[in-house]
Ligand binder design. Structure first.
Ligand code: A3P
Length: 285
């Protein structure tokens, strides 16, 4: 570790749980199968929430699985050391997660019929959430202040690279039949409808009672009590504070953190980097 990051193909990655060799092999050779379900997100966009929802849908609302296996083992991250090993040992249909930018993603995805769910979130909330995340974990260089992190974020000098490039890359897949585009905001606004959309996409039929259980057990209040999902079980080498227990799980928290000048500067960069995308594609102003 020289500058607090692991570098791969010009992108920063965390130094704990990742290695150059696995990243290289996973990106070049990992085989996605038709029966797999792949969750793709930029970090801090609601990944863990979606994993909990997907596991509960899979088990028809039964909580045994989410209460007995760690979240990151239920849906391993393709690009991490442990996740890659787990996935290669696992028989399909597999559930898996990734934060990889589009251009680094294993190419086998593009010829497979695997179901892909991409969840996006207001980038200002992602910025604030990720500032706390990288501060509370020991996974990579710790920002000294939100002001400093703000600059890193808009320049893309953060783990997994630029938010703008991530979303631009993955948006190119949005018209595909096997891709579902979701947002953290719609999950907050109407979780039942969003979960129904996911069930429909996955071809899962749940009874109203099963759906109630998915809703209840994936709620922020219940998830933060689940030791298998709330980061309490992460080894001390990874974490300073259990993230889910200390954070809020709301939309618009950026308003409590960014100054007016920062928000304006962010909007200017956003306009420039997201030029050409229809505004109504995204549920934030
Ligand atoms: P905040 O830091 O804004 O609270 P990820 O899972 O991609 O790392 O995203 C983490 C963000 O999702 C955090 O946002 C976290 O609180 C929020 N989150 C996690 N579980 C949630 C849930 N069940 N309901 C709503 N938000 C949730």
């Amino acid at each position: 570790m020289t500058d607090g990051y692991l570098w791969f193909e010009g992108i920063r990655f965390p130094v704990i749980g990742y290695s150059y060799e696995v990243l290289k092999e996973a990106c070049a050779q990992f085989v996605i199968k038709d029966e797999d379900t792949v969750l793709v997100t930029y970090p801090k966009s609601g990944t863990h929430w979606l994993v909990e929802i997907l596991c509960l849908i899979h088990s028809h609302g039964d909580t045994k699985w989410i209460r007995s296996e760690l979240l990151w083992d239920r849906s391993p991250w393709i690009e991490t050391d442990d996740g890659y090993t787990l996935l290669n040992e696992r028989e399909g249909p597999r559930l898996m997660t990734s934060h990889l930018p589009f251009h680094l993603f294993p190419k086998s995805l593009f010829t497979s019929k695997a179901k892909v769910i991409y969840i996006m979130r207001n980038p200002k909330d992602v910025l604030v959430s990720s500032y706390y995340h990288w501060t509370m974990t020991k996974l990579c260089k710790k920002p000294e202040s939100l002001e400093q992190y703000f600059q890193w974020f808009i320049q893309g000098n953060v783990p997994y690279g630029s938010w703008f490039e991530h979303i631009r890359g993955w948006m190119s897949m949005r018209e595909r039949e096997n891709v579902l585009l979701l947002s953290y905001e719609e999950l907050q606004k109407d979780p039942r409808s969003a979960i129904e959309r996911i069930c429909q996409f996955l071809g899962k039929k749940l009874s109203p009672e099963e759906l109630d259980s998915v809703l209840k057990n994936s709620s922020f209040q219940v998830m933060r009590q689940n030791k298998m999902s709330n980061f309490e079980m992460l080894p001390e080498a990874f974490i300073r504070k259990p993230f889910l227990i200390t954070r809020k799980g709301i939309c618009g928290d950026w308003k409590n953190h960014l100054t007016v000048a920062q928000a304006e500067a962010f909007d200017e960069v956003y306009q420039e980097k997201m030029a050409g995308f229809p505004k109504d594609l995204f549920p934030w102003e």
